[in-house]
Ligand binder design. Structure first.
Ligand SMILES: C[S@@+](CC[C@H](N)C(=O)[O-])C[C@H]1O[C@@H](n2cnc3c(N)ncnc32)[C@H](O)[C@@H]1O
Length: 213
């Protein structure tokens, strides 16, 4: 049986695709920052030049940078709209989705992005999701475990931003299970590779408190 193919765009610490990797999917992470050791180290705007367009993709997850969308919600920042760069990365994601025509896709960002992207059809704690996905099924799977999906609070240190942006394992797993159900993948076929989270590439301080979503 062929395992599903996933593209994790703006992959950072790889939280969105953690469960898929563990379950044996064919996962490709894409990020511009070499500290994250992505499978494709490139600007997402160059991705289509590198990717074989004939390859079928089952799921695209994209988490474009959210800083500027967050700031636009906070009056104390002298900025009420995201830069052209921030929006360009969102539109680039849409272009990739159009080009590769995956079975499912999810664009993840923060509440503030709704001003530009419209109301998100799905929210899991602080994570707002747009795209083509059985979101009702996803919400059902996750249920009311909101506390578990809160963003982590950390003492200031260099890796804080990356850790806070990391998609929680529970969300990754629920997305993986929903896709597998739709693709009719036999549960018995999945051989979990490692029950543990992937080692973080550069995180120095992992002490954290979970904040209610
Ligand atoms: C919100 S974080 C992603 C978090 C990720 N989903 C996770 O679970 O850890 C955004 C990521 O986008 C990457 N990034 C920013 N600009 C980029 C670009 N032009 N092309 C590719 N990656 C970019 C950053 O390096 C960062 O890792």
């Amino acid at each position: 049986m062929k395992m599903p193919v996933m593209l994790d765009l703006f992959s950072g610490l790889g939280g969105a695709s953690e469960a898929m990797r563990e379950r044996g999917w064919e996962v490709y992470t894409v990020d511009i920052d070499p500290r994250f050791h992505p499978d494709l180290l490139c600007d997402v705007r160059d991705f289509l030049k590198l990717w074989p367009k004939t390859k079928n993709v089952d799921l695209i997850w994209a988490s474009p940078p959210c800083d500027e969308f967050s700031k636009s919600e906070k009056p104390w920042f002298d900025q009420d709209r995201p830069s052209i760069e921030a929006l360009a990365l969102v539109w680039e994601t849409i272009k990739i989705v159009r080009e590769l025509n995956p079975r499912f896709w999810i664009l993840e960002n923060v509440r503030g992005a709704q001003k530009w992207l419209g109301k998100a059809p799905c929210r899991i704690g602080p994570f707002y999701l747009w795209g083509w996905f059985p979101f009702d099924e996803l919400k059902q799977m996750i249920g009311n475990e909101r506390v578990f999906f809160g963003k982590t609070q950390l003492w200031p240190h260099p890796d804080r931003k990356a850790l806070r942006a990391k998609i929680p394992y529970g969300i990754s797993l629920a997305v993986a299970l929903a896709v597998e159900r739709h693709l009719c993948i036999d549960e018995n076929f999945i051989k979990i590779r490692s029950p543990f989270q992937r080692e973080l590439p550069f995180v120095s301080n992992t002490e954290c408190v979970v904040e209610a979503g």
